[in-house]
Ligand binder design. Structure first.
Ligand SMILES: C[S@@+](CC[C@H](N)C(=O)[O-])C[C@H]1O[C@@H](n2cnc3c(N)ncnc32)[C@H](O)[C@@H]1O
Length: 425
C-alpha cells in the first residue's frame, strides 16, 4: 500500500497538494484551529499570532489544496464554532465557508452540532455556548451521500404498524441538528490522548458512514488527536492526516495501537444495524401491501358492491412501472361472478388513482377469478387476515380448509406483529 495512506504526517496542511499529488481523497473531515484561540506550541500554526485576514487566507489555502487532491465524488466536512472578540461575535463559520467556496467547493449543508457543555460556561450578557457548526461541501453534484445508512428506524412507535404508508420504509430521515456530548478531558482514548478539543467519535462515525464506503480514503489536514483518522481506521477506511505537533502524532499512534482491535470489532457489530434496518424495511412494505388490500375492500364496500369475496396479496417479481412506487404487488380478486368484472375493474381503477391508495407507493397488478381453487393452488400455504387488522394473521390455511367470511385477505405474507412490543421502543 502507498505509505501515504494510513499514515499521519508531520506536515504543514497548507501544502497538502504537494504531499498528495493525485485526486485520491474521498472525504475530508476536520476542525481547523480557531482564530486567536489556542497556542498549539509551534511557529507555523494557523490561528495564533496572525491577523484575521492572514488566518482566513491560510484556511483558504488549505482547502484549495484539499480540493486538488479530492475525487470528483468527494466531500468536505468542516466543524467550526463562532467566537467572540471584545464582546462581539466573529462570524468565523461563515467567513470560513466563503473562503472554502472561493476555493471551488459547493456549499451543501449546515448542520448544528448540539453539545452538552463547552467552555466558556457563560459570560455576562451571553447565552451559554452550546453548539458548533458542521459545514458540508462537495466537489461536484455527483457526491457520495448515503442518507439511508443513517436513518433511524428504531424511533418507530405503534403508529408505524397502523400507518405503514406514511413513513419511509427505511426509517426516519435525519434532521440537521445532531446531538453529541463533547468528550470530557481525559475520557477520550482512555488516557492516551490529551488534547484541547477532540471530536466525539460517534459524530465522526456518522459523517464517515454518510460520505464513504469501506476502503475509501479519509483526510484530516488538522489531525490534532486524530479522532477522525482513528475512526476511519476502525471503520476499515484508509486515512491520511497532517499535523504539526509531534506530541499529538505520537499520542495518536499509541492510541490506535492499543485500541483499534476493540474498536474495529465494535464497528463490525454496528454493521448489523443495517441488516436489521433492511429487515424492518421489508416488514413495512408488507404491512403496506396488506393494508392496501384492506382499504381497497372497504372502499369497494362503501359503494355497495357486494361481489368481491376475497383478495389474495402476493409480492410481484415485476419491476415497478409507476412513478414514485416503492414496491410491486399482485392482487388477485375472487368475485362471485365474472360477469361484473368490467364494472369492478372500473371501480378499482378509480379508487387506486385517488388518495389514500394512490399514496401507498404500491404498483398494484390486478387479476380476477371466480373460483377459490383458481385463487389458491393445491399445495399453497397462505395466511388469512380480517378486514380490520392486517398486521396479525388469523391462521395459516390451504385449499382444503374451510375459509370463513371474516378471512377476506389471503397472502403468503406472514405478519404477526404485537403492537405492544413496539410501544416500548
Ligand atoms: C482544532 S484542532 C483539531 C482537533 C481534532 N479534530 C481532534 O479531534 O483532536 C486543530 C489542530 O490543527 C493543528 N494545526 C495548526 N496549524 C497547522 C498547520 N499549518 N498544519 C497542520 N496542522 C496544523 C494544531 O496543532 C491542532 O492540533
Amino acid at each position: 500500500m502507498n505509505d501515504k495512506l494510513c499514515n499521519i504526517h508531520k506536515y504543514d496542511a497548507r501544502k497538502i497538494d504537494k504531499l498528495i499529488k493525485e485526486p485520491i481523497v474521498d472525504v475530508t473531515v476536520t476542525s481547523p484551529p480557531y482564530f486567536d484561540m489556542k497556542d498549539y506550541g509551534y511557529k507555523e500554526q494557523i490561528g495564533f499570532g496572525q491577523s484575521y485576514k492572514e488566518y482566513l487566507n491560510d484556511i483558504g489555502t488549505v482547502f484549495k489544496s484539499v480540493y486538488a487532491c479530492t475525487k470528483s465524488t468527494g466531500s468536505l466536512w468542516v466543524i467550526v464554532d463562532a467566537l467572540r472578540k471584545d464582546g462581539e461575535i466573529v462570524a468565523l463559520p461563515f467567513d470560513i465557508a466563503n473562503k472554502i467556496r472561493e476555493a471551488g467547493w459547493i456549499f451543501r449543508e449546515i448542520i448544528i452540532w448540539e453539545k452538552d457543555k463547552t467552555v466558556p460556561w457563560t459570560h455576562k450578557g451571553q447565552m451559554r455556548n452550546s453548539f458548533e457548526y458542521i459545514l458540508m461541501f462537495s466537489k461536484t453534484d455527483d457526491y457520495k451521500f448515503f442518507i439511508d445508512k443513517i436513518r433511524d428506524y428504531e424511533v418507530l412507535k405503534s403508529w408505524w404498524i397502523r400507518y405503514p404508508e406514511r413513513y419511509n420504509p427505511k426509517g426516519k430521515t435525519p434532521d440537521g441538528i445532531w446531538h453529541y456530548p463533547i468528550p470530557t478531558q481525559g475520557s477520550w482514548g482512555k488516557g492516551y490522548i490529551r488534547h484541547f478539543c477532540p471530536l466525539p467519535e460517534d459524530l465522526v462515525a456518522r459523517i464517515l458512514t454518510l460520505s464513504t464506503e469501506e476502503n475509501d480514503v479519509v483526510l484530516d489536514p488538522f489531525s490534532g488527536s486524530g479522532t477522525v483518522l482513528a475512526k476511519a481506521l476502525n471503520m476499515n477506511r484508509r486515512y491520511i492526516g497532517t499535523e504539526l505537533n509531534s506530541e499529538y502524532i505520537s499520542m495518536f499512534k499509541n492510541y490506535i495501537k492499543n485500541t483499534n482491535t476493540e474498536k474495529q470489532s465494535e464497528y463490525e457489530k454496528e454493521k448489523k444495524y443495517l441488516v436489521n434496518q433492511m429487515d424492518f424495511e421489508k416488514i413495512i412494505l408488507q404491512l403496506r401491501a396488506l393494508k392496501y388490500a384492506r382499504i381497497l375492500l372497504k372502499k369497494i364496500d362503501d359503494q355497495d358492491v357486494r361481489i368481491v369475496q376475497k383478495i389474495k396479496v402476493e409480492k410481484s417479481s415485476e419491476k415497478c412501472l409507476k412513478k414514485n412506487s416503492v414496491d410491486c404487488y399482485k392482487y388477485t380478486i375472487l368475485l362471485s361472478t365474472l360477469k361484473e368484472k368490467e364494472k369492478i375493474e372500473k371501480i378499482i381503477n378509480a379508487l387506486i388513482s385517488k388518495a389514500p391508495l394512490s399514496k401507498f407507493g404500491i404498483d398494484a397488478l390486478f387479476s380476477y377469478v371466480d373460483k377459490i381453487d383458481k385463487l389458491i393452488s393445491p399445495k399453497e400455504k397462505l395466511y388469512s387476515y380480517s378486514n380490520k387488522i392486517t398486521h396479525k394473521f388469523i391462521r395459516g390455511i390451504n385449499l382444503d380448509d374451510r375459509i370463513n367470511e371474516k378471512e377476506v385477505i389471503l397472502s403468503p405474507i406472514k405478519l404477526d406483529i404485537d403492537e405492544n412490543e413496539y410501544k416500548e421502543l
